[in-house]
Design a protein around this ligand. Structure first.
Ligand code: 3HC
Length: 693
């Protein structure tokens, strides 16, 4: 099938792009578009041209999979120039998303018609680049830099109505968008030379420039370390200082530099890894998810309340179940307060808040779960409690209902064995705060029904999450790897580093918070309790907890938190305690560079990631990366721990781990067989094939 089909509608030539699934502008589409415009341009039976698209998307942008390869002619800016300089008017008929290069196609047209559900945006910033086919030059010329710049800086698309208000689209067509575009195109043809976006200067007033510069100054303060944000400012400023052709050349040069940058490569890798993670090995696309019209959440604590909010936000009624009315009241009040905060901040209307609150019903006793299609247990993290709840649920939940546990560590098959329907029992591990964090670990124990896994994944997406299917093991993928980092951080303290040095190295790496600041925030007693239950020890962390230093909530932990302080302060008492532990172990303390700290923290995580792959707990290295990017705030532009390891070189990581293992005498630091094998073969994780989780 032709990627671009040309058909006549009276005296209008309609070029329809058909490149499923999202009409990305592959080399074939670019060539097809150029050919269609040239053909229609020279056809005496044609007065005007419409660019339309088949399927749910208008055009999702450049074909991201072509980035990094030598550009194949015709390149997009040249195709768009041919459209813009066409003597016959060209109108875009936008029936779905017009993103990136897709919107740039529309911007090069002489007018734009959109259907009400269309969404228009330039999301390049999220891929570490900037628009590279005139977006930075044409969008400001059309709607002013003060409106165009925030669209490109956030990368968020706008609705058709908003686009009409901005003057980005000329018309929102309620009926057939191609027909409306054709009528507009003929109308333009009757008026003579079509208006070219490149020539339009009326929006670029001194007031517009002033407003843009204020926004640019603000963005520099907030995103000064993002090279593409700075490049965006430079490119957009060009609309005021450079003729169109020079502005286009400047944009292209900046675009090319950014595309070649490792940071953009990592972001593009993550884009595809996230989509790959949606495909669950061993589960055919034909497996139908079970319908979920009603949910129940057991436990109205912070986690349970957050999960209930996810359902309410997606329009699914949910019953929040507790053992006492008082706990329900507390939980509901917490939920109400969070919604209230969104209303105050202006991100939620009062009407929406009321709608969402009305979808959450509190109830005492498990019997209230009788009509739920899915029950998610978010009760106390103790096997006895879980077994009792699931045993009781077995007698209450309707046949076919999915019984999920939000446990972060515990064995799902043991929980499932408390029921007579283990095929319906699955893990759905949300991350705190559940209404905010994108990650959902879907824990797939042996014996769970395929359609239950498919339902958990589909539901995750409905709830706005990024679901990743993992196998059953202690701590699953994310927390199992995190445990390695936590142990490594403690080892670093004993070897000579101080908490603020470790945290500074980790934030410089790109995390928002270091491990010790994080532990102080979450409460050091949580890890302490877990260690005690597992019979494990951590000399420094245990000593802090024994001294009641649970973190921020007690005013002191690894740091001091005097009343009113915004960040933790170094505490000589803690530093003396650490030195004491080192001395007791006969360790001569030494200093560490930030790079050494990062290596000592991250390498053991990568090693654990390799073991997780060996055991088939994660299907692909990319799945592990998506978990870390969406659940643990791993810096997006570093692409996740496994991608990062590939950029460092697995041979380097193997050598560093061997040295750490020798120094500490800890055999768990020995490189895993998979890591060794890949390093020996000179390969990276990216070269591994997917396996069934
Ligand atoms: N290039 C290549 N493949 C793309 C693509 C793109 N721009 N956009 C989507 N795809 C692929 C996905 O990888 C996926 O493939 P798969 O089925 O093999 O896994 C398939 O299309 C469907 O994508 P989604 O699963 O994401 O489908 P959704 O319906 O959930 O979302 C979408 C559709 C909103 C279009 C979303 O895919 C999206 O946001 N795409 C990226 C948009 C983007 O960033 N565009 C800018 C590109 S850069 C650019 O244009 C540079 C220019 O300025 C020169």
């Amino acid at each position: 099938m032709e990627l671009v089909q040309l058909a006549l509608r009276g005296r209008v030539a309609v070029a329809t792009i058909a490149n499923p699934p999202v009409n990305a502008l592959s080399a074939g589409v670019r060539a097809g578009l150029a050919e269609a415009v040239a053909k229609a341009g020279s056809d005496p039976a044609v007065d005007a041209i419409v660019i339309a698209a088949a399927g749910k998307a208008f055009i999702a942008g450049a074909d991201i999979s072509e980035f990094g390869k030598p550009p194949a002619a015709p390149i997009l800016p040249d195709v768009l120039e041919a459209i813009e300089t066409s003597a016959k008017p060209v109108v875009a008929a936008i029936q779905g998303v017009a993103l990136g290069g897709g919107l740039e196609v529309a911007l090069a047209c002489h007018a734009r018609v959109a259907s009400p559900a269309a969404r228009l945006g330039l999301p390049e910033i999220k891929l570490g680049i900037i628009p590279g086919a005139g977006g930075t030059q044409r969008l400001p010329r059309l709607i002013g830099a003060a409106k165009a710049f925030p669209m490109m800086l956030s990368g968020e698309p706008v609705s058709a109505d908003k686009a009409a208000e901005y003057g980005l689209v000329d018309m929102v067509a309620l009926g057939d968008v191609v027909e409306a575009a054709a009528a507009l195109a003929l109308d333009l043809a009757s008026k003579g030379a079509p208006p070219r976006t490149a020539d339009r200067m009326e929006a670029l007033t001194p007031a517009d420039r002033e407003a843009f510069e204020a926004l640019a100054a603000d963005a520099t303060k907030k995103s000064g370390d993002m090279p593409n944000a700075m490049a965006l400012i430079e490119a957009v400023r060009g609309v005021f200082t450079l003729p169109f052709a020079e502005g286009m050349a400047a944009e292209r040069a900046l675009f090319r530099t950014l595309v070649a940058d490792e940071r953009s490569k990592a972001l593009r890798y993550a884009f595809f890894a996230e989509r790959e993670a949606a495909k669950v090995p061993g589960i055919e696309a034909s497996v139908k998810p079970r319908p979920i019209a009603k949910a129940a959440v057991i436990g109205a604590g912070t986690m349970g309340g957050g999960i209930a909010m996810c359902f309410a936000n997606a329009g699914i009624p949910v019953t929040l179940i507790e053992t006492e009315q008082g706990q329900i009241d507390n939980g509901m009040n917490r939920v109400a307060a969070i919604y209230e905060m969104s209303v105050t901040r202006g991100s939620l209307t009062a009407e929406k808040r009321d709608e969402r609150m009305a979808l959450i019903t509190g109830a005492v006793g498990l019997a209230a779960a009788h009509d739920a299609d899915i029950v998610i247990e978010a009760a106390f993290e103790e096997m006895g409690v879980k077994k009792q709840i699931f045993g009781a649920l077995d007698g209450i939940a309707k046949p076919g209902a999915i019984l999920a546990s939000n446990t972060s560590y515990l064995d799902i098959p043991t929980i499932a064995a408390a029921t007579k329907r283990p095929q319906d029992v699955i893990g759905m591990h949300f991350f705190s705060p559940a209404n905010v964090m994108k990650l959902l670990e879907v824990v797939r124990p042996a014996g769970v029904a395929d359609d239950v896994v498919a339902t958990a994944v589909a539901l995750g997406r409905t709830l706005g999450k990024v679901p990743v299917v993992v196998g059953n093991c202690f701590g699953f993928v994310g927390n199992r790897m995190l445990a390695q980092r936590t142990r490594a951080a403690e080892r670093l303290l004993i070897a000579g580093a101080l908490p603020h040095e470790v945290d500074a190295a980790v934030t410089a790496f790109g995390f928002k918070m270091g491990p010790f600041a994080m532990s102080d925030l979450a409460g050091n007693d949580i890890g302490w309790r877990t260690r005690k239950s597992l019979g494990k020890k951590a000399a420094v962390a245990d000593a802090l907890c024994e001294a009641g230093r649970f973190g921020q909530k007690t005013g002191k932990g690894y740091y001091l938190y005097p009343a009113g302080a915004r960040a933790g302060q170094r505490d000589p008492e803690v530093e003396a305690l650490i030195a004491r532990v080192s001395a007791e172990r006969g360790v001569t303390r030494r200093s560490f560079t930030a790079d050494e700290i990062v290596a000592r923290l991250m390498d053991p995580m990568v090693n654990e990631g390799a073991r997780i792959l060996e055991e088939g707990i994660a299907a692909r290295p990319g799945d592990i990366d998506i978990i870390w990017l969406n659940g643990y705030n791993w810096p997006a532009w570093r692409g996740g721990p496994m991608h990062w390891a590939d950029t460092v070189g697995l041979d380097v990581i193997v050598k560093r781990l061997e040295a750490q293992a020798a120094e500490s005498g800890d055999a768990t630091l020995e490189p895993s067989p998979l890591l060794r094998r890949l390093a020996t073969e000179g390969k990276g994780f990216s070269e591994l094939k997917a396996q069934a989780a």
